[in-house]
Design a protein. Structure first.
Length: 22
């Protein structure tokens, strides 16, 4: 119990970081 959550968190974090580009 940590792969799905980790993948989801990583995907969301990457999406937010990529979208947070001035």
């Amino acid at each position: 119990m940590g792969t799905i959550f980790g993948l989801f968190g990583l995907a969301a974090w990457a999406s937010v970081r990529r979208r947070n580009r001035p």
